[in-house]
Design a protein around this ligand. Structure first.
Ligand code: NAI
Ligand code: MG
Length: 510
């Protein structure tokens, strides 16, 4: 099926991309991995292609790391941690380096936004305002933590040594070499979410970007070098999950794994990490409900529910992919939501008038359209979208699925695309039951102006974040992570520092 309404398709994807000169220069440089402060190819000499999702054309070739390269990166990170320059730095030095890196990202913001757009498909405007801006803020927030990591003094009650006095305290020490594996939906930002707290805490990192979107992490590595981080502090390896990713997880020299990605891979990583008892933090999938009560401001709720799912093309772990609407306002709400979806203009990320770009890959488009097909087969109603426009690129029209019911795949499974399933509820009890009827528990939003009711509902929702009259808000200071199968641990804020430190208890008899 195809559609080509000029109002909703800024370009079919067959124009030549407008690429700034700085990005062209970056693309033209041979791509190497950053290991131990050096730019290296994979030992095997292998590489793989990177695509522009708006055209399907190859834009770069990057090294394909395997276990040999990972071993090299882990050894470099270990050396930096224990014997290199990094080990000699005081907290204020780490703070200054992180701050300097944030400044370099700021100075190269336009180039990074263009790289991100070209590699991932999102619009340059979005990459600039969200990915790059948030990466800068995140580094600055985390830089401050380097000098604020503290333990406690405690008084033991132990009586077993007559006449002795006891002094005890706790120390927070860097957890060690961390393996950090990130996905393709916010490539630069996810890399920064990982390295910033790790470096603030004094760890060293082996970072692997997703095979779909390795470019901004390689540019970030150049800026890490320029900022003056000692060799081996941050190592960036490019490669596939099953080879490079798995080798990081299995390497005995890695002390902790931090992963963002699918729940399926999160479970594989969790099991493998236990082999050497690595610390793990997992930020996984979601099926976050948007709960629209009958007293909600419908115009606002519909516009923001559209944002909750269509932001970043629905390729967001907290995407509001299930909307539950009170019977009384259901039809009205669905109409408004569909209207908002239909108005979204698709186009390649570099076009100023594009509001939504292509999905990240052909595989992802197939997967997303497969879900729409399953909804049709299972008797739901495709209110709008559900099609891929004609022409090149991995575009999918924003899609609203009505009459969705429990048991349908679009209700049960994470789609990770611009597809929202709308269900109705008749009372609060049914709403809570439906909201929690999922193995996921990343986030939820409640849309209502009835304060007392909202306060009663918040504790009943099993999710790591509950927003009220908002969705998809994230801040470096606020803990972020999932209940249930949405993950393990909380990133951001003080919690992130806890993820990257071991707690040591010291007990002295005096
Ligand atoms: P994925 O979970 O396979 O990939 C994420 C990262 O994990 C990539 O860097 C990949 O190379 C790595 N990886 C894959 N297999 C690995 C393994 N065995 N060991 C170590 N690392 C491994 O996600 P994928 O295949 O890109 O997307 C599939 C689905 O996963 C999406 O449709 C979406 O539902 C979900 N997903 C969720 C994300 C989130 O933020 N919660 C992000 C990306 C995908
Ligand atoms: Mg995968």
């Amino acid at each position: 099926m195809a559609e080509s309404d000029p109002k909703t398709m800024a370009a079919a994807g067959d124009e030549s991309p407008q690429i700034p000169a700085s990005v062209r220069a970056f693309l033209d440089r041979p791509k190497r991995m950053f290991i131990g402060g050096e730019w290296v190819e994979a030992v095997s000499g292998r590489s793989f292609d990177v695509f522009d999702p708006a055209t399907g054309e190859v834009i770069a070739e990057v090294p394909a790391a395997d276990a040999t390269d990972i071993d090299r990166a882990v050894k470099a990170a270990r050396h930096a941690l224990e014997a290199g320059e990094w080990a000699k730095l005081v907290p204020a030095d780490r703070e200054r380096l992180l701050w300097r890196l944030s400044g370099l990202i700021e100075a190269n913001a336009e180039e990074l936004a263009a790289i991100e757009s070209l590699d991932n498909g999102k619009t340059v405007g979005m990459a600039r305002m969200v990915d790059v801006a948030a990466a800068i803020d995140y580094l600055r927030y985390m830089s401050g933590w380097a000098t604020k990591i503290e333990g406690a003094t405690l008084t033991p009650s132990f009586k077993g040594i007559p006449g002795a006095r006891h002094v005890a305290w706790t120390l927070r020490e860097p957890v060690g070499v961390v393996g950090q594996i990130v996905p393709w939906n916010f490539p630069l930002l996810m890399a920064v979410w990982k390295i910033a707290p790790a470096l603030a805490a004094g760890c060293t990192s082996v970072l692997k970007p997703a095979e779909e979107t390795p470019l901004s992490a390689l540019r970030l590595a150049e800026l890490v070098e320029e900022a003056g981080f000692p060799a081996g502090t941050v190592n960036v390896v490019t490669g596939f999950g099953e080879t490079a990713g798995a080798a990081i997880v299995e390497h005995p020299g890695v002390d902790k794994i931090a992963f963002t990605g699918s729940t399926e891979v999160g479970k594989i990583i969790g099991r493998a990490a236990m082999e050497t008892m690595k610390r793990i933090s997992l930020e996984l999938g979601g099926k976050s409900p948007v709960l629209v009560l009958e007293d909600a401001d419908l115009d606002q709720a519909a516009a923001r529910a559209a944002g909750a799912i269509f932001f970043n093309h629905g390729q967001v772990c907290t995407a509001g992919s299930r909307v539950l609407v009170a019977d009384a306002v259901h039809d009205d709400f669905v109409e408004r939501l569909a209207k908002a979806a239909e108005a979204i203009r698709l186009g390649p990320g570099w076009r100023d008038d594009a509001e939504m770009g292509p999905l990240v890959s052909e595989a992802q488009r197939k997967r997303v359209l497969g879900y729409v097909e399953s909804a049709r087969e299972e008797g739901a109603r495709v209110c709008c979208g559900g099609v891929a426009p004609e022409g090149a690129g991995y575009f999918v029209r924003p899609t609203v699925i009505g009459d969705a019911r429990p048991g349908m795949r679009v209700v049960e499974e994470e789609i990770f695309g611009p597809v929202v399933a709308v269900q109705r509820f008749s009372d609060e009890e049914e709403m809570i039951r439906l909201a929690n009827a999922t193995p996921y528990g990343l986030a939820a939003s409640i849309w209502s102006n009835d304060l007392r009711r909202v306060h009663r509902l918040i504790p009943r929702i099993k999710a790591g974040t509950v927003w009220v009259n908002a969705h998809n808000l994230v801040d470096p200071a606020l803990p972020f992570g999932g209940y249930k199968q949405s993950g393990l641990g909380r990133e951001h804020g003080r919690e992130a520092i806890h993820l990257y430190t071991e707690l040591k208890t010291v007990w002295m008899v005096v």
